[in-house]
Ligand binder design. Structure first.
Ligand SMILES: [Zn+2]
Length: 252
């Protein structure tokens, strides 16, 4: 596992200049942390999750083919976390958790952030959909609380990968949205916000990874809700506990 740092400071920003400087700094820091991206890969992979032999996962790009037998949600930008026990549509919510092997849990995004979690001790997993509403409602922390309640997960055993979403470069928001994040900002950095929430919940910083990419900027690779307002596609991200039986892992 490579040592990937994702330093972030929550700064008191007052003037416009300071704000611009802080945003430029965040962008620079995001570049340092980015997970490697395999060219032409339909599903991007996190090194930190790939290092767990019992986990199968992927962050879909716009070229990803559809997967079958997924647990899915009707996503409503909430902080609702559901325990997945079967494939198919499980209801309304924005995060799924499970400890069932051979059951792929999934979420769909286009600009919002897909976040995948794995509890290496108890072998439990989570797939989280975090847009600004979910992030403001601390959905990633609520997911960890649900994993704790359902599977005895402790945050120190969690590995987390923050997938591709809209970057601070392109995510301009209005005052009322910015206020949800307690700062006078014009651009939101949801990757960093979620990173901070993971750390606040007790996930070790060295267990957290993020792609330093922007779904809006990279039109070739990603769908973007903001860029393709009329007909945005959705990218599926999934995580699964590999089945224990059988000599070979099934290919997806
Ligand atoms: Zn961008």
């Amino acid at each position: 596992m490579s040592e990937i740092k994702f330093p972030f400071e929550h700064e008191e920003v007052k003037g416009e200049e300071k704000l611009a400087a802080a945003e430029a700094k965040n962008e620079a820091q995001l570049e340092i942390v980015k997970m490697p991206i395999v060219e032409n890969a339909a599903y991007l992979q996190s090194p930190i999750l790939s290092a767990l032999p019992w986990v199968s996962h992927g962050f879909g790009t716009r070229t990803a083919s559809a997967l079958s037998d997924l647990s899915t949600l009707k996503q409503i930008h909430s902080d609702l976390v559901l325990v997945a026990d079967r494939p198919g549509l499980l209801g309304e919510g924005d995060a799924l958790v499970t400890n069932r092997p051979d059951l792929a849990i999934s979420i769909r995004t286009a600009d919002c952030y897909p976040i995948l979690l794995a509890d290496a001790k108890n072998r439990a997993i989570a797939a989280v959909h975090a847009g600004w509403r979910g992030t403001a409602a601390r959905i990633v922390q609520k997911t960890i609380e649900k994993m704790n309640a359902a599977f005895g997960t402790s945050p120190g055993d969690i590995y987390a990968a923050v997938g591709p979403g809209i970057g601070v470069c392109c995510y301009e928001v209005g005052e009322e949205v910015a206020r949800q994040f307690g700062a006078a900002r014009t651009h939101l950095d949801l990757a960093s916000e979620n990173r901070m929430q993971l750390e606040t919940a007790g996930v070790p910083p060295q267990n957290i990874e993020a792609f330093g990419v922007c779904t809006f900027c990279d039109a070739e690779r990603f769908f973007s809700y903001r860029r393709e307002k009329n007909n945005p596609g959705r990218m599926t991200s999934f995580i699964e506990i590999r089945p224990k039986i059988g000599p070979e892992i099934k290919l997806r």
